[in-house]
Design a protein around this ligand. Structure first.
Ligand code: SF4
Ligand code: SF4
Length: 166
């Protein structure tokens, strides 16, 4: 039949026009990333960091550049904390290794820069904590200790009965 192909094509167009939208209007609308997104930038809660260096030790690509000094109270403090993100695998091992839960991945994803020198992140100069954080590696709250079983208090009648038996 003449025009059968056109009618078939219009049918597909009409069906798609009323079906739910599957694509996102990026960049007009920001995409909803998974809450455990890995792949953007890092953030550091500087006050919580204990300068243990476990994050750098756990990194398979030696991405984390740290320097430590002792302060006047002989306490170890971090004087350099740079993430060389150009080498990062975004494996998340550093975040998992942090005993204080103070190193985070963020939900940032538009991380393109003009100069390669701008890729490393100096987390002491800018801790980046204002960014929405990824939940990857977030430490769950410690479980509450189970309440100790309390021995039932014996009634005065029971005590008297026991006394009488003795
Ligand atoms: S995400 Fe992986 S590769 Fe990147 S800094 Fe952390 S441990 Fe290193
Ligand atoms: S593992 Fe955590 S507490 Fe230790 S130096 Fe790294 S960010 Fe700081």
């Amino acid at each position: 039949m003449f025009g059968k192909g056109i009618l078939k094509g219009l049918g597909v167009t009409a069906k798609e026009a009323v079906s739910p939208r599957l694509t996102e209007k990026y960049p007009e609308e920001k995409p909803q990333l998974p809450e455990r997104w890995r792949g953007g930038t890092f953030a550091l809660d500087k006050e919580a960091c204990i300068s243990c260096g476990l994050c750098a030790m756990s990194c398979p690509n030696k991405v984390i550049r740290q320097k430590f000094e002792k302060d006047e109270n002989n306490k170890k403090i971090c004087t350099e904390f740079v993430m060389e993100r150009q080498y990062c695998l975004f494996c998340g091992l550093c975040v998992e290794a942090c005993p204080k839960g103070c190193l985070h991945l963020t939900q940032e994803f538009e991380t393109a820069v003009y100069a390669s020198a701008d890729v490393p992140q100096d987390l002491l100069a800018d801790n980046n904590m204002e960014q929405p954080l990824s939940k990857y590696g977030a430490k769950p709250p410690l479980p509450k200790p189970a309440p100790k079983p309390v021995a039932p208090a014996s009634t005065s009648a029971e005590s008297q009965a026991k006394g009488g038996e003795a």
